[in-house]
Write a protein that binds this ligand. Structure first.
Ligand code: SAM
Length: 226
């Protein structure tokens, strides 16, 4: 699979903005706090962490969500490795990720071992407490072929208006198909089309308060068959 690079510009110094999608990689307000609110709390983490817990993500970007999850995993004192799988079509380079993470000292402080491996071209990252794999390519092709399952999904494409391919009904049906029993998703968007697609895919979708001044976000748990 060809490695298509991200197309970036930097706003206000160190905020990466995709010129391909005309959208920032994370909240201009406080990306780390938003990640924690939307993706961690939205999936009821760290409370649901247990040994071997599996997170999957659409849109790896700067790795900020992964690092926030790793920080939470460490703080929770779970033994063993957090399993993290992310799908990314346009990977950032290690220097680009390093620059983006400067805005978040807490994430930057734990990023070095990951970045050292990423800089070599490795897309499987192994630390004492993290087993991560970033699957490079269009998620619409890669996810149907993925053999894994996730206990929690971070749905983090660019906005549905600008990046509709990461929010299509077909892809979200694949998300559900790759969700373990009792598994959940969280996303910052409350767009009706996304909520309907996730509901059609088999999730009980819930609207929660969004981060900061955003009114709503969405979470959901996979319906059981009975
Ligand atoms: C909002 S950013 C993700 C931010 C990221 N989670 C972080 O922690 O920095 C959305 C990401 O989705 C990726 N993306 C967009 N379309 C995609 C597709 N069809 N398949 C896979 N990745 C895609 C973009 O390249 C971008 O990195």
């Amino acid at each position: 699979m060809s490695d298509q690079k991200a197309a970036l510009e930097w706003r206000d110094g160190d905020i990466p903005v995709s010129t391909r999608f005309d959208d920032p990689y994370f909240s201009l307000a406080d990306g780390l706090a938003e990640t924690r609110h939307v993706f961690l709390a939205g999936n009821d983490l760290p409370a649901r962490f247990r040994p071997g817990f599996r997170i999957a993500e659409l849109g790896f970007g700067t790795g900020l969500n992964m690092l926030a999850a790793l920080i939470a995993w460490r703080a929770s004192g779970q033994p063993g490795r957090l399993i993290y799988t992310s799908f990314e079509a346009f990977p950032l380079s290690a220097p680009e990720i390093g620059r983006a993470l400067r805005a978040f000292p807490e994430a930057e402080a734990v990023a070095a071992p990951f970045l050292a491996q990423w800089a070599t071209g490795a897309r499987q990252i192994l630390l004492d407490d993290l087993e991560a794999e970033i699957l490079i390519g269009d998620a619409r092709e890669m996810l149907p072929r993925w053999g894994g399952q996730a206990d929690a999904w971070f749905l983090d494409g660019f906005s549905p208006a600008k990046n509709p391919e990461l929010w299509s009904g077909d892809l979200l049906a694949e998300v559900a198909r790759h969700t373990a029993a009792g598994g959940t998703f969280a996303t910052y968007t409350a767009a009706g089309s996304v909520r309907r697609a996730l509901s059609d895919a088999g999730f009980a979708v819930e609207r929660r308060k969004g981060h900061g001044n955003k009114r709503h976000m969405s979470t959901g748990r996979l319906n059981t068959d009975d």
